[in-house]
Design a binder for this molecule. Structure first.
Ligand code: NAI
Length: 416
């Protein structure tokens, strides 16, 4: 039995593990994982507006969303039963993370579930740009037959410069070497080179030595506009640029100019400084209609396989939290990972404001009831703490009421 309670008067115990609501057509592997753990799962193909979402959340312990559902503070405030939120996507900025943390509700996502998809698309684009395939295809769609080998190259033996050797960059490194490319990379952190790849000392050096430059860094003040007129000036004449990372990295006006002048041999772009919120006509950017540019609508990570990987990843994180208390992978609360709970003991999950004395009061309350603590795990950030105690089996409702009465308690849950 899992007993849950928010601060305030004792609420009814909720039978384990509870109800899950999955919106936006989340991949069926998440549904299967939650159902096999005992959840009653309700699914909806689309997103819900905040008011409808608030109504739909009554009695729901786990909410799964993708990127179109906004979960704001008002909605969270009214959703007493909500225990955890899974964002079955990469970003989490459509959820009020602070409001969720204040209610002891961890939010999980899957930041790396689509790594392989981005790496594969990048590699494909590098080959297509070397062979000028997209321009030939566009011409042929218009009825124009232009068979030519001029300017077309194999990628074998060419040098690929990877900026950002993290999950995607390092995966691309391995795939590109498989095609016979020589790989060098630049990263601000020390990264172990894979295969025959090697690190260079600076971005400038990478730009000067690469036939292809592929960007795989996050959007930060340091990476904003990192590829502009000066960078294009440093790149090898006719080099190729791929930006499947973030729209803020490349000055697209400068890129269009470099492409038109022949300074740049080709470019593939998947991300833009400003992107439409929904599908439809009307998009344009400085590279629109410029030959030698592959433009894709932020689909780098959009594959069936990525959806499935993300679904499994987030469902597993949700289950580890709901069934065992582990907050590993949460983006808004301190991360606590735990060994399995010992049969016959209760596990107390306690979110509280990070001020001195709370633990002491918890210990005193448990001691007063003769409850022995067998294990204790704590993590804090600046504002909040998450502590997990494995204790003697005891009257769950009483313990819950005791701990909820501590003024700093944000949420207390017992796994019995
Ligand atoms: P990651 O966090 O695993 O790797 C990023 C790497 O960049 C790290 O090794 C970091 O040290 C390095 N880095 C940070 N600042 C740097 C700088 N100024 N210069 C050089 N290196 C720097 O991230 P991951 O998963 O590989 O993602 C890379 C990019 O791809 C991110 O911008 C992400 O948003 C984007 N992305 C795009 C997708 C799409 O659909 N097009 C899908 C998934 C990710």
């Amino acid at each position: 039995m899992t007993a849950m309670k928010t601060p305030g008067p004792a609420g009814p115990a909720t039978p384990a593990p509870g109800r899950a609501l999955l919106l936006e057509g989340i991949h069926h592997s998440a549904i299967e994982a939650l159902e096999s753990a005992g959840f009653a799962v309700e699914t909806l193909p689309g997103a819900l507006e905040p008011d409808d979402l608030q109504d739909a959340l009554a009695g729901v312990t786990v909410l799964g969303i993708r990127s179109r559902t906004r979960l704001d503070a008002d909605c969270l405030r009214e959703s007493d039963d909500l225990t955890a939120v899974g964002c079955f996507c990469i970003g989490t900025n459509h959820v009020d993370l602070d409001a969720a943390a204040t209610r002891g509700v961890p939010v999980f996502n899957s930041p790396f579930g689509n790594t392989r998809s981005v790496a594969e698309l990048t590699l494909a684009e590098i080959v297509l740009l070397h062979r000028r395939v997209v321009d030939r295809s566009t011409e042929l769609h218009r009825g124009e037959w232009r068979k030519s080998a001029s300017g077309c190259r194999e990628v074998r033996g060419r040098t690929l410069g990877i900026v950002g050797y993290g999950h995607i960059g390092s995966q691309l490194s391995v795939l590109a070497e498989g095609l016979g490319m020589q790989v060098l990379f630049h990263d601000v952190a020390h990264r172990l080179p894979l295969g025959n790849a090697f690190a260079v000392g600076s971005l400038d050096e990478l730009l000067e030595r690469s036939d292809v430059v592929s960007l795989h860094v996050p959007a930060t003040p340091l990476t904003e506009g990192m590829i502009g007129p000066a960078a294009f000036g440093r790149m090898r004449p006719g080099a190729i640029l791929v930006n499947n990372a973030r729209g803020s990295l490349v000055d697209l006006d400068a890129a269009a100019e470099a492409l038109r002048s022949g300074r740049l041999g080709g470019i593939a772009v998947d991300v833009y400084p400003s992107e439409p919120e929904s599908n439809g006509p009307g998009f344009s950017c400085p590279l629109s209609g410029v030959p030698g540019a592959i433009l894709t609508p932020h689909i780098g990570g959009s594959t069936e396989e990525a959806q499935e990987t993300i679904a499994r990843d987030v469902a597993e994180k949700l289950l580890r939290f709901v069934l065992g208390g582990s907050s590993r992978g949460a983006v808004n609360v301190p991360e606590v990972d735990l060994p399995r709970r010992v049969e016959g003991r209760h596990r107390i999950l306690h979110f509280h404001r990070n001020v001195p004395g709370v633990l002491g009061r918890m210990h005193t309350m448990l001691a007063a009831r003769g409850i022995n603590i067998h294990a204790e795990y704590l993590q804090s950030d600046f504002e909040r703490s998450y502590v997990i105690l494995d204790v003697d089996a005891s009257d769950a409702a009483m313990v819950q009421a005791d701990l909820a009465s501590i003024p700093e308690t944000l949420r207390v849950r017992l796994i019995c």
